[in-house]
Ligand binder design. Structure first.
Ligand SMILES: Nc1ncnc2c1ncn2[C@@H]1O[C@H](COP(=O)(O)OP(=O)(O)OP(=O)(O)O)[C@@H](O)[C@H]1O
Length: 604
């Protein structure tokens, strides 16, 4: 089941901009100060203008108020510049922090989370959603604060100048407030839906790019385009719903202000002409009205931006609240080095490098994949796991590497219950060649150094020779050669040998191999087997999963896994004698005569 904890965008923003002591608090405080100061100038300006108008009417000296007006206007320009810079800086900081926090967490999630989620959607949270956060801070929250303060200040001054005109103004502005309130109630939800559609579109597009060759061959380009287009259409429609709400609100606010201005002009003009109101008061009143028009419009836009940004922060927060692999498993009682279960005293070397006792496992609520699986892998041995497709062989390797938490029973690695070890401690004992042998975009050197960052170029060249990849060094760029996305410039066999080279360089005591020779010719396969024999001679342990039995015949022990349980184990020779299933596998690969299949008990 997908776990969707409700995440609060506000909480996420607070965490990133304030809680973490990352030197950004002073920016937040300065931003707040600038927002508090920003309304002061527009509040002062009309009062000074009123003085100037009255002074002109009464033919008083105007120098002082004019100089004051110039100083206040200059101060406003400086303040605005400082505010813009501070807020942009704060916004960029929050965006980069969010991105880093997301990447940090996204690289450390339990493997099961990657199984559950669409990678494209996770990428869209990192790119599109975090960009939306920027405007929340740079022209969102603080604009609203300034506008509210300016509004309160203006209303107070307007009340002092003329309460009747203020009452007329407020009744019109109430209309705008109702429209705004209605919009805000729904904006965040619609925006969140729009962003989810963008996430799904990215996921569909990523899927299409990943399988672009297959799509071409099966003439499915147009159908794939339709899939992406459907998601783009969903995002477009959600965007339109958003725009429709905004389209109602913006004019409602503007019209309300215009009505207020007309009413003030009408009533104020009448009162000035009848002598019950000084002209300076009417001018000042109108200037105040105009001075809140712009911030009010700005605040309307800012409220929209904030809602969109908060929806984005919700989505980022959702990921940030998924516990990492380590957090979910609990910190692991011990992070330490090799030793027997229970620990204490001098670590003893146990005879088994891997031990499965009655292990039961199912993927994320699916059917049982392993049930009561029990076997051991002797230290320094080469052990193979064979069996029908889908029988759980790769799952065994995944559980040894602790990619998933097993349900029941006990798994020991190097004599230690894996649940007592941290994930890092388990993995510090092993190397792996995965099925499909992933190669990373980047240079040959970067790929080789993935698990051995300190390896010298000499060591890299030597290991390439060991796995028969010396030919790659003939390229003019040598170790700097760019291997393209997912190692596209390499052949399937080269990619597999590169995965071998990487695992050998990593050189840990336990080597896990999942179908490691499926793309190799028999000569290269023999060469790699010799490498395994020398590792075995050095006391290292190998667990190998393979369909083809030929490369496994000289393994010390072969485990036959079918239906999630170990049905037989022994050497190639003993299994041919004792395991009907193994004989069937061997016969289908031409390792024994088909007549042998007639042996009694074969179908049992
Ligand atoms: N990440 C996953 N999420 C859900 N189910 C999975 C996952 N990986 C494997 N399975 C299921 O678990 C079962 C065992 O898969 P596993 O890959 O371990 O088999 P296998 O013996 O290695 O098969 P093959 O020889 O074809 O590689 C299969 O039924 C498969 O569908």
């Amino acid at each position: 089941m997908r776990r969707e904890r409700p995440a609060s965008g506000l909480r996420t923003l607070r965490r990133l901009a304030w809680d973490r002591d990352n030197g950004r608090r002073h920016l937040v405080l300065l931003g707040c100060a600038a927002s508090l100061l920003a309304p002061v100038v527009p509040l002062l300006q009309p009062l000074i203008v009123r003085d100037i108008v009255s002074g002109a009417e009464q033919q008083r000296a105007l120098l002082a108020p004019v100089v004051l007006l110039a100083a206040v206007t200059l101060a406003e320009a400086v303040l605005t510049g400082a505010q813009v810079y501070l807020l942009k800086r704060l916004a960029e900081g929050v965006v980069v922090d969010t991105r880093l926090a997301l990447v940090r967490r996204l690289l450390r999630l339990p493997i099961v989370e990657y199984d559950r989620r669409r990678l494209g959607d996770l990428i869209s949270r990192l790119s599109t959603d975090t960009s939306l956060l920027r405007s929340v801070i740079s022209n969102g929250v603080f604009d609203i604060v300034s506008a509210v303060l300016l509004g309160i200040g203006s209303i107070t001054v307007l009340a002092l100048i003329d309460p009747l005109l203020l009452a007329i103004t407020l009744s019109s502005v109430l209309l705008a407030a109702v429209a705004l309130w209605t919009l805000m109630a729904s904006l965040r939800g619609i925006s969140r839906t729009a962003q989810e559609h963008v996430g799904r579109m990215t996921a569909e597009f990523e899927r299409a790019l990943q399988g672009v060759r297959t799509i071409r061959v099966f003439d499915a380009t147009e159908r794939e385009y339709e899939r992406v287009a459907r998601r783009a259409g969903d995002a477009y429609r959600a965007g339109l719903r958003l725009s429709r709400r905004e389209a109602v609100v913006q004019p409602a606010v503007t019209t309300a202000i215009q009505i207020a201005v007309f009413m003030v002009l009408l009533v104020g003009g009448y009162r000035v002409s009848s002598g019950s109101m000084p002209l300076g008061d009417l001018v000042a009143f109108l200037l105040y009205l105009f001075s809140i028009v712009l911030p009010l419009n700005q605040a309307t836009r800012a409220l929209t931006t904030v809602q969109v940004g908060l929806a984005a922060a919700d989505r980022a927060g959702e990921v940030l609240e998924i516990p990492t692999e380590q957090e979910r498993a609990g910190a692991g009682r011990e992070r330490g080095g090799p030793g027997p279960a229970g620990g204490g005293g001098e670590p003893a070397v146990t005879p088994h490098m891997v031990e499965f006792r009655d292990v039961g496992f199912r993927y994320d609520g699916g059917p049982p994949v392993l049930s009561g699986a029990t076997f051991t892998v002797a230290r320094g041995s080469c052990t193979a796991v064979v069996g029908p497709s889908g029988g759980g062989k790769s799952t065994v390797l995944a559980l040894i590497a602790r990619f998933y938490e097993h349900g029941s029973g006990t798994i020991r690695v190097d004599g230690r219950d894996v649940r007592e070890l941290s994930h890092e401690a388990v993995r510090s004992r092993l190397s792996m060649v995965e099925q499909g042998a992933p190669v990373f975009a980047g240079s040959l050197r970067e790929n080789l150094r993935l698990g051995a960052p300190g390896a010298s170029d000499e060591e890299l060249r030597s290991v390439l020779g060991d796995v028969e990849l010396g030919e790659l060094l003939d390229h003019p760029d040598g170790l700097d050669r760019d291997l393209g996305d997912a190692g596209i410039v390499l052949s399937g066999g080269q990619r597999q040998r590169l995965a071998w080279a990487r695992a050998l360089l990593h050189d840990h005591e336990l080597l896990l191999l999942d179908e490691p020779t499926s793309s190799l010719d028999s000569e290269t396969e023999s060469r790699l087997q010799r490498l395994l024999r020398s590792r075995r001679a050095a006391g290292h342990t190998t667990v190998m999963v393979a369909h083809r039995l030929a490369p496994l015949v000289d393994c010390d022990r072969i485990i036959v896994l079918a239906g999630g349980t170990v049905t037989a184990e022994g050497t190639h020779a003993s299994l041919l004698r004792d395991s009907p299933l193994y004989r069937v596998l061997a016969a289908h690969q031409g390792l024994v005569d088909v007549e042998d299949l007639a042996t009694p008990g074969l179908t049992g």
